[in-house]
Design a protein around this ligand. Structure first.
Ligand code: C2E
Ligand code: MG
Ligand code: MG
Ligand code: MG
Length: 278
């Protein structure tokens, strides 16, 4: 019906949908062995302080190197992992792997890990985090968990209790993709958050649409008022970075600073600078 309304031609049989479904069933099947066969790996995208260009840390973004289809985006396979329940196992692997790699990074650099709502509902996220930290030696303050608003749709109370417990151990909590999805302001009053990530769809449109700019201004002011750090996602141009900085957003990530594989390169530069100044 949505398609008909949008002016598309209605058809009761959409072959491309059938192809998509077959591929998704295939991916679901193959995913069961992908962990064991080490087909997943992490990319790290730098998070930057706008004013200084300083590297603050990186977000871990999962990739699947499928033996037949090649590199598959998490935008495609994470939803499949969520509907099949495999997300808990995959998410646990991501958490452990991200902590293990980040423990070797210098200084205070942080690592952000995306955590699915289902991991909060169905697995013992507190035990997983504590095991990942103790196993890797990464200090809790250097781990940030990124949750989306969907985490609070179901069993909000239980999720909030787990978030509080995690935060008490020193782990940083960020709300990802803020402003999209089923946004409701009311939960912001009760969530134990440290950071708010402005969704890239706002960043993308803020310089073309004055209304979007006002929304970004309001999000930043809301975050400041709630004493939350603001991180802008998807910063691609100097123009966007300047506008965000003028509005009071101090940190961001995006192709302007590095693609999701460039944190490691920046780390070695960071090391070199440290050695020079030492
Ligand atoms: P996200 O957490 O919001 O991650 C940001 C996404 O934006 C990443 O896509 C990143 O590559 C992309 N991005 C970063 N900078 C730019 C930019 O300047 N321009 C544009 N156009 N895009 C940019 P990616 O890696 O494809 O990941 C997509 C989503 O998949 C992530 O969105 C996250 O929700 C999910 N995801 C990734 N890894 C994991 C994971 O380990 N666990 C879970 N549960 N979800 C994950
Ligand atoms: Mg994220
Ligand atoms: Mg995001
Ligand atoms: Mg996203």
């Amino acid at each position: 019906a949505a398609k008909a309304l949008a002016g598309g031609r209605w058809s009761s049989f959409d072959p491309s949908a059938a192809v998509r479904q077959a591929r998704s069933r295939r991916l679901e099947r193959d995913m069961r062995d992908a962990l064991r066969n080490r087909q997943f790996f992490l990319r790290f995208q730098p998070q930057i302080e706008f004013a200084s260009g300083r590297l603050l840390g990186a977000e871990a973004l999962i990739r699947w190197n499928h033996p037949e289809f090649g590199l598959i985006s998490p935008a495609e396979f994470i939803p499949i992992a969520e509907s099949s329940g495999l997300i808990c196992e995959i998410g646990r692997w991501t958490l452990f792997e991200a902590c293990r790699e980040a423990a070797a990074w210098p200084g205070e650099l942080g690592v952000a890990v995306n955590v699915s709502a289902l991991q909060f509902e169905q697995s013992d996220i507190e035990a997983d985090v504590s095991e990942a930290l103790s196993g890797s030696g990464l200090p809790s303050s250097r781990l940030c968990l990124e949750l989306t608003e969907s985490a609070f749709l179901g069993n909000g109370g239980a999720v909030i209790a787990k978030m509080c417990a995690l935060r008490e151990t020193g782990v940083v909590i960020a709300l990802d993709d803020f402003g999209t999805g089923y946004s409701s302001m009311s939960y912001l009053a009760d969530l134990p958050l440290d950071k708010l990530k402005i969704d890239q769809s706002f960043v993308r449109r803020m310089n073309a649409n004055p209304n979007v700019l006002e929304i970004v201004r309001a999000i930043i002011s809301l975050a400041n008022g709630l004493k939350l750090q603001v991180v802008a996602e998807g910063v691609e141009t100097e123009l966007e970075a300047d506008a965000l900085q003028r509005l009071g957003c101090e940190t961001g990530q995006g192709y302007l600073f590095g693609r999701p594989d460039e944190a490691i390169r920046m780390l070695s530069k960071w090391n070199a600078q440290k050695r020079l100044s030492a």
